[in-house]
Write a protein that binds this ligand. Structure first.
Ligand code: UGA
Length: 439
């Protein structure tokens, strides 16, 4: 089977590479010439473990192609995925202009039956808009061609996207014809052989599933952050509480980690977009109002602890920030809570030195020269009055504590992800602040 994927961002690239890996012929299309040229030379625009090997192998084997020319990509294809960006508009709703532009182009260029699939995270009702855009283009050409529109949201986690794609918990597909269903069943057949379930449903439900899942996960995080903050006040330890509640299978042990708030390109955007959909239909998603508010406050939590420790004065004091990306194993800085923390420190007159194993270059685009970029985690901590852990990269898990202590002006640690043991650190002479613990 041959397919086309429009958009070589995170979703498009992972989808294209992984579908090629199971034997599909995949042509990835993007308007960005420089990006396509780099991809033709095995240079990826994103950091994602395992992806480069798959891209290289499948390009070499002649199953994965990159081009800027949609017209030459479409002949012989059975499915076209639209995987272009949907940046948030001013009111929080997803901006669909790129998705609809691509839909119009497909209508202008198609010459045979196609299943046109939205892969980008798009609000309920988008497939209907895509349908109209394709139809308008066909009408303008005075062509009558059979085609179907479908919705196939992705559930990839950055840093684990290849694995998530190859071993999906579920594949969600919204279709409204048997022909589209059959085509997509055939496309995903290799995954079904391995026992991964495919859930066919109507298009609106597929579109809603994506938002409902991300909003629920964001809710879990804000809830745990709220409970953690209360634990800190009443003298309970959120780590123990987390284990205690997570062993109820109805709750489950995953995704219960408090921290300095959720970030990234998905949760903040999707929560806002779902609230906006609610507003459009005159329905207020009150739970999500709270989820967002808690998250905003949580991003300021560590800074609040810092200020309290220093009685409100941190001018000209040096702070080391360990970890910048919104989570480990990615260089993605979008909506990273570290940015809020660093901004607050700088605004209060502090000097900030940062280190991240992968995201330094990406972070430079956000922070410019307002901070110093250290060579490693120890270098960042030299003469610092405190280390602030913002992202739980594995490299930060077991520092040489003696060395760290001797480098710092004072042995003080603010652990934004609860990866350290406060008892051990206190024994080592550090003053320790975590999330949801009494300290
Ligand atoms: C998320 C979802 O987990 C994926 O299923 C979904 O496909 C993806 O969004 C998407 O819509 O494309 P992602 O944003 O890559 O994936 O990252 P997550 O691992 O979900 O983490 C999101 C944020 O939540 C991070 O800032 C992380 O630090 C935070 N988090 C996560 C916590 O604070 N506590 C936890 O227990 C888990």
């Amino acid at each position: 089977m041959k397919i086309v994927i429009v958009g070589t961002g995170y979703v498009g690239l992972v989808t294209g590479a992984c579908l090629a890996e199971v034997g599909t012929e995949v042509v990835c299309v993007d308007v960005n010439t420089a990006k396509i040229e780099r991809l033709q030379n095995d240079v990826l625009p994103i950091y994602e473990p395992g992806l480069l090997e798959i891209v290289k192998r499948n390009r070499q084997d002649g199953r994965l192609f990159f081009t800027t020319d949609l017209a030459s990509a479409l002949p012989g294809a059975e499915v076209v995925f639209i995987a272009v960006g949907t940046p948030p508009g001013e009111d929080g709703s997803a901006d669909l202009q790129y998705v609809l532009q691509v839909a119009s182009q497909i209508g202008q260029l198609m010459e045979h039956y196609l299943v046109i699939v939205t892969k980008s995270t798009v609000p309920v009702g988008t497939a209907a808009q895509v349908n109209r855009a394709v139809k308008n283009s066909l009408d303008a050409r005075q062509r009558i061609l059979d085609y179907d529109v479908a919705s196939n949201p992705e559930f990839l986690k950055e840093g684990a996207a290849v694995n998530d794609f190859m071993k999906p918990d579920r594949i969600v597909v919204g279709v409204n014809t048997a022909k589209a269903r059959q085509t997509l069943e055939q496309l995903y057949h290799p995954f079904l052989l391995n026992g991964h379930p495919i859930l066919f449903m109507d298009i609106a439900s597929a579109e809603m599933t994506k938002y409902a899942a991300n909003a629920m996960l964001a809710t879990r995080i804000s809830y745990m952050n709220d409970i953690a903050n209360l634990c800190g006040l009443v003298g309970a330890d959120i780590n123990q509480v987390r284990k205690g509640i997570g062993s109820d299978p109805r709750i489950g042990k995953h995704f219960l980690y408090p921290g300095i708030g959720y970030g990234g390109s998905c949760f903040p955007k999707d929560v806002k977009a779902l609230m906006q959909t609610g507003r459009e239909y005159g329905y207020q998603l009150r739970i999500l109002d709270a989820v967002e508010a808690v998250n905003e406050d949580q991003k300021k939590l560590l800074f609040g602890k810092v200020l309290r420790h220093f009685d409100g004065d941190i001018r000209n004091k040096k702070f080391a920030v360990w970890g910048l990306s919104f989570k480990p194993n990615t260089d993605d800085m979008r909506e990273a809570p570290s940015l809020v923390l660093i901004d607050s420190l700088l605004e209060a007159g502090a000097i900030v030195s940062v280190y991240d194993p992968v995201a330094m270059e990406e972070a430079h685009g956000y922070l410019g020269n307002s901070v110093t970029y250290a060579e490693d985690m120890y270098n960042a901590a030299e003469n610092a009055v405190a280390v602030l852990l913002a992202t739980e990269w594995n490299t930060f898990r077991m520092p040489d504590w003696q060395r760290l202590r001797s480098l710092m002006q004072s042995p003080l640690l603010f652990d934004g992800r609860n990866i350290y043991d406060n008892v051990q650190l206190t024994q080592l002479g550090f003053t320790y602040y975590g999330i949801g613990k009494t300290t």
